[in-house]
Structure formats: C-alpha cells, structure tokens
Write a protein that binds this ligand. Structure first.
Ligand code: SAH
Length: 313
C-alpha cells in the first residue's frame, strides 16, 4: 500500500475542479481509475488517458514514482476503457476503480485546503478572506496545494528561500523553473521587492495561473510568467545571470538541467532544488556539485528532500 503525496499541477487543479463540478451537476458521481504507479508513465498511455477520460491527473507517489489517475462518468463502463485501449494498442497497467461522490470530492479536496506555514511564509487558499498570517508574509494561491496532504517539496523550497534572505542576499534577478502556480516566485517577489522574477513552465495553464496569482498578490510588476522548456526561452537566457534560481521539478529533469542551472547563475548566487526523495539526494546533489554548485543545506519533509546550493566557481 502506497501513501500518496498527491500532487497535481496547480493549473490542473483548477481544470479538475471545474470539470468535476460540471460532471457533478450532470451525472452526480464519477468513477476514479487509479493506475499502478511506475517510474515514468509511458507517453502512449498518457495520450490514451487524455483522450478517454473526462479528467486526468498525474500524481507523484512518496517514493518518487508517477501515477496516472483518470476520472470518468459514473455510468460509463470500465470495459469501454479496456476496449478503447486495446483498439489503440495501449497496454493498461493494473488499476483500481472507485466510485466518487462529487460533493465529497470537492469538500474533501478543495474546501478543506489547510494553510501551510513555512519559513517566512503563510500560504493560504484564495477562498479565505483576510486570514491571520501569524506575523508571516501571506501568499494567496488558488487552492494550489489542495490535494490531500501538504505540499512537501514546495514547503522545503520556501524554507530555502527564507534562508537565502537570512544570509543577506539582495536579489535583483530570480528565475523559477517549473513555476506551477507561481508560488515560489510570489515568495521571492515578496521577500525582495526590488527583484525582477522570470517564472517559466512547460504547461501553458501554469503560466496563466502564475500571472493571475501575481496579480492577486499585488506583485504582477515584478513577475514575468512565460512558456519555456527549462532554459530554452530567449528571455530566460538573455536575462542571465541570476542571483537566485529555484527549481522544484523531479530528480531526472533537475539533473538534466544542472549544467544550465550553473551557467545561468551568478558566481556566489544561490539555487534551491527540490522534488527528489531521500534515496536520490546523493545522486542529484552530486550531479550539481560537478558544475560548481556547492551544497549549503538539505531540507527534509517525509521522504522528500530539497537542497540549497551556492555557485562557488
Ligand atoms: N514551483 C512550484 C511547482 C512545482 S511542480 C512549487 O514549488 O510548488 C513542477 C512544475 O514544473 C510543473 O508545473 C511542471 O509543468 C513544470 N515542469 C516540468 N518540466 C519542466 C521543464 N522542462 N521546463 C519547465 N517547467 C517544467
């Protein structure tokens, strides 16, 4: 039995909520199909799921695996899924089927969104009006961490960002690779009001959500949200070098991007990397050290790890 750290792209959360609300109105309940987690969901299977299901989630399990979850109408038949998959030559992994009552789904996953405190920050859902931020810097997001447990990898990053501030860094330029809801960019904008932040994602909806969250948090003037696969967008490259680079992705993409992270960072600049588990920490950090990024501190939350790095050469 896995304990899931359920992460859904924040942009997707919004989509899922809207779609499930619609499904709820139309059909009352829905069926949820949970496929067996694996290291990487095959593209073919992901494409099939996008086609077949009303809503698709890609979750990460506590041990760093990926899990595909599909939502379908309660009256739709699982044998139709089997038949469609066979027709498309897609091999379905093992799966479980649960019936989900729409109202419970919304209540449990969205409304109960608990605020998260980490480092200098207090992150809360957009549905809360004027919460007590306990003397911390408030960050308002669209239920970005709404699914199940808290968002451990993000929390670790917020600790890292707070630590960079405490170290006396006066950031002017910040890059957030894989911005999601933009939460790390919002945090940086609030800690360094003079900083210009570039927030990128390969998911268009994330880019839009980040821009909207920047407006909602009154830091739109500081944050430029745009589409970029890693460091590939011209704006990302032209704007280098950065004082701070934040990347909460996963072990493999982090490693693939390590040389570019180093080359886009100022000497003496800081990076926060996150999204890997205990067993991967040595590997991920070691690959960054090869490029002159020295380990300053490791943060942990459950199985998850994040690292604060400094470019030393
Ligand atoms: N920074 C946010 C979200 C992290 S989730 C937080 O800390 O909470 C990871 C995000 O990285 C997702 O939104 C995903 O779309 C994005 N991503 C994955 N691969 C990427 C790549 N190669 N380039 C840019 N973004 C990427």
């Amino acid at each position: 039995m896995y304990i899931y750290w359920i992460y859904i792209k924040p942009a997707l959360v919004k989509k899922v909520i809207t779609k499930v609300k619609k499904m709820e109105q139309k059909f009352g309940n829905c069926k949820i199909i949970k496929f067996k987690p694996c290291e990487q969901v095959p593209e073919q299977l992901e494409n099939f799921a996008e086609e077949f299901f009303e809503v698709v989630e890609l979750n990460y399990t506590d041990d760093g695996n990926e899990q595909l979850v599909g939502y379908m109408r309660a009256d739709a038949d699982v044998s139709a899924m089997e038949a469609d998959a066979a027709a498309m030559n897609v091999e379905l992994p093992e799966y479980t089927v649960e019936l989900l009552r729409g109202r419970d789904w919304l209540k449990e996953n969205v409304i109960k969104f608990a605020p998260v405190e980490a480092g200098d920050f207090y992150v809360y859902g957009i549905h809360e009006t004027a919460p007590d931020t306990h003397g911390k810097i408030g960050i308002k997001v669209y239920a970005a961490t709404a699914f199940g447990s808290e968002h451990q990898t993000t929390k670790c990053c917020l600790l890292g960002i707070s630590e960079i501030k405490a170290a006396g860094c006066r950031a002017q330029k910040v890059l957030d690779v894989g911005t999601g809801s933009g939460i790390l960019s919002l945090a940086a904008a609030k800690l360094w009001p003079q900083a210009a932040i570039v927030a990128v994602d390969i998911d268009d909806e994330s880019v839009n959500v980040t821009a909207q969250n920047a407006i909602d948090n009154a830091v739109a003037a500081q944050i430029t949200a745009l589409y970029s696969d890693g460091y590939s967008a011209p704006k990302v490259r032209e704007n280098a070098p950065y004082d701070i680079i934040l990347a909460n992705i996963l072990a493999r993409p982090l490693i693939a991007m390590a040389p570019e992270m180093a080359s886009h960072l100022k000497i003496g600049g800081y990076a926060v990397i996150s999204g890997f588990i205990e067993d991967q920490a040595e590997w991920v950090i070691g690959e960054h050290e090869k490029h002159g990024l020295a380990l300053q501190k490791i943060y942990e939350d459950g199985q998850w790890r994040a690292a604060l790095l400094k470019r030393v050469k």
